[in-house]
Design a protein around this ligand. Structure first.
Ligand code: FES
Length: 128
């Protein structure tokens, strides 16, 4: 069941910026902006729980600030050790001039990650 959380205004999140919201069930969710796309991820590294909101954007990935694992913003999958497990992703939408994240969206099936990367199962939303 959708559980929409207001993140901030579109104008308040600069390119390569991030914002964090907290959901009582999902916990901290970090929203990254890359150009005109927005990505929501759990704000907890799957390796040793560092906050990815303290990490560094590298294209469409975020580098964990603690041990430098790199996570794909679109899928949450680690691209570099030591992390081996994905981080949860959340759909992000733009509603008018607001950025909204769905903390209640079903967990993405990583078996279909290839489809998501090809646009069949989008995890991010570009404003139009
Ligand atoms: S806590 Fe993120 S890579 Fe170790």
């Amino acid at each position: 069941m959708p559980r929409l959380l207001d993140v901030c205004g579109v104008a308040d999140l600069p390119d390569e910026g991030s914002a964090v919201v907290t959901d009582p069930v999902a916990g901290r969710i970090v929203i990254f902006r890359v150009a005109e796309e927005y990505f929501g991820l759990q704000d907890r590294c799957s390796h040793q729980e560092a906050r990815l909101s303290d990490g560094f954007l590298d294209g469409c990935a975020v580098e964990c600030p603690l041990h430098a694992s790199l996570f794909d913003l679109r899928t949450g999958l680690p691209e570099m050790l030591p992390a081996t497990e994905p981080v949860r992703t959340y759909p992000v939408h733009v509603a008018g001039d607001r950025i909204v994240v769905d903390a209640g969206a079903p967990s993405p099936d990583t078996a279909h990650v290839g489809a998501a990367q090809n646009g069949a199962g989008p995890r991010a939303f570009s404003p139009t």
